[in-house]
Design a protein. Sequence first.
Length: 155
Amino acid sequence: MKLTQIIAASVVAMLALSPVMAQNGNGNGQGNGHGKQHTKMVDELGLNQDQMNQLAVLRAKHLAEVLPLQQQVNSVRSKIDELLKADAPDRGAISKESTKIADLHKQLQEKRVDHLLEIKKIMNKDQWVKFLDKEKRGNGKMGNHQGMKKRSEMH
């Protein structure tokens, strides 16, 4: 029974983390080593199996909510780029699209806060303090957006 639980938990964790690994790549199926970073963070925080399982489910849910919003941001940015290429760019249209991006960023930030509050419920006080420290330094998953291409790199 215990072995079955371990296997099931491993499958859930892999499924939950697979979108993260794919997202952290460069678009051609190659990851960039964040899996090792995740393992290191789990070890440093001293997470138990139950916590890892809960966090994997929580992360999968969070990604399902934020990835569509991130795709919308990218779509609107592309639209702005097209508007800017015009001989006489329409300032009003560009401003309207910029407002859409600001609204999407607000939604993403609210979802991030909600996600952090859910993470806090899973961790003990010491784990939470370590996690926040890593986030602040950019060593945590949420504070380190290296997997997302910078706008300047997209052109």
